[in-house]
Design a protein around this ligand. Sequence first.
Ligand code: PMP
Length: 289
Amino acid sequence: MSAGSANPSLAWVGGRFVPWQDAVVPVEDRGFQFGESLYEVFPLSAGKVRLLDEHLARLRRGAEVLGIDHGIPEREEWLAAAARLMQADDIQEGLLYCQLTGGTCPRSHHVARRPEPFLVAYLRPYRFPRADIAERGIRVITMPDRRWAGCDIKSTMLLPAVLARREVSARGADEALLIGDDGTLREGTSSNVFLVFGRELVSPTQDAHVLPGITQPLVGEVAREAGYSVRSETIEASRLADADEILITSTSRFVLGAIELDAVSLRDGRPGPVALELAAGMRRRFEIS
Ligand code: PMP
């Protein structure tokens, strides 16, 4: 970090390292104007990039759908870039944010010849949740899902999520669980969900209304190793009230247990044992003590 500033010193833009203040987006960038844009958040801990292949695969899948997959760097280039950014600001634990847009050309919804995609990435320090955060748990509320039917793509069109989070905050909660018009549970505004029933973890079926999270299958793996069974199925929102535990998973939060659902306290306001056990398992995976 440069002295007196909380900003990174460098950004990785189109394959080059540039000073932070030079990492700017042209006004006719298609991500800026149309939301033709994807993002990923790569976790780094103990000086290592974690789950690089998984995040890169999701970025490539989304980029193919949007037709902006040309020129995405290979994994070795990502590793080298991450190493350079880690070194530049002496970061061992952080989040590498990356955004890929459709590039810049005169504004038009459809262009016959697409411009070169634009890729920017930068690293900020981040402290992954330790035991104290896991033990605090989170307060969740349910809300109707007002997003589009392409939520399996990690697009930057996050306005519905931003507005939902505003409401979450106004209602004194931490995360909203989004419910479809059909009454089924989908995911959080920026997290996936597991319900715990006994020794079983159940997640909503993966479809176009749910982002295929990178953390959720890893938490599922940790759970299987600990002897839980893990599966997905269509989940009626009414089952939230019957679950032994409600868990959310995401890159930045690992796995956290709900202590409140729609302003009703759960389990005397403490996360359950499964949440705590899996959070500890995730910290071990990330070499976090
Ligand atoms: N769903 C949504 C809508 C999200 O924004 C996120 C976090 N980006 C997730 C799920 C969790 O995904 P991941 O585990 O890859 O961070």
